[in-house]
Design a protein around this ligand. Sequence first.
Ligand SMILES: Cc1ncc(COP(=O)(O)O)c(C=O)c1O
Length: 274
Amino acid sequence: MKVWINGRLCDEADARVSPFDHGLLTGDGVFETLKVYDGTPFAVRRHLGRLAVSAKGLGLPMPDEAVLRGALEAVVHANGLTSEARLRITLTGGPSPLGSERGQDDPLVIVAGGAIRPWPPATDVVVVPWPRNERGALAGLKTTSYGENVVALAYARERGASEAIFANLAGDLCEGTGTNVFVGIGGRLVTPPLSSGCLAGVTRALVIELTGADEEDLPIDALAEADEAFLTSTTREVQPIHAVDGRPLPAMPGPLTAAAADAFAALVARDLDP
Ligand SMILES: Cc1ncc(COP(=O)(O)O)c(C=O)c1O
């Protein structure tokens, strides 16, 4: 696999990251995951926009957009990525002293690619006992501080689910470790608002635009009590939820889920930069 590091395309085996990199040492970094369809990364404009928001939130300088676009293209071509592939942009604080303070060196920028394991057509989810902090310094930012997600996902996997769902400190439905959540209640499609602390998912935003879903706070129990529900993310797209905490939902996929999945698939087929 060829990767792009700070302006240079090189073999994975020759790539070097400093042992003092602040992203490695403290999670001082931000990232984006993009999906490749037919050799073209999807929704680049939206992903670069979110990267800029995350970088600003963490106080990292945003790399030049044209350079990042060129890096994405270079990694796609160098690795012959066509479909069922992902790209990841990672931006970190670069070499730093061995503490929370960032160093003075240039940031580190990596663009890497890889295969996507296809997701099953539906999934079980588990609600985890740890809250998302919607008032935290990193709320809504896509940072590399994903330790909480690692622990939560392992908890869900141990219980036979492929995603862990967080409530926030208010006890409301928030998001998954790498997904946003939509629920169908009484014929209405609802998803938590950004003020719940969830990430502004690119897929979430597109599904809201396509379906007119309402953004509304919901108690965490609303998920298990929903008529139907689904996850959204770059790699899962629209994935129906089969069961919550081991209890199947009444409909899978329900009509709102099926409509959202169809609308998203049609969008991808007609426009790779929506
Ligand atoms: C915490 C979190 N929420 C939601 C999402 C879904 O966002 P997107 O649709 O942009 O992939 C992600 C994506 O990785 C995520 O990490």
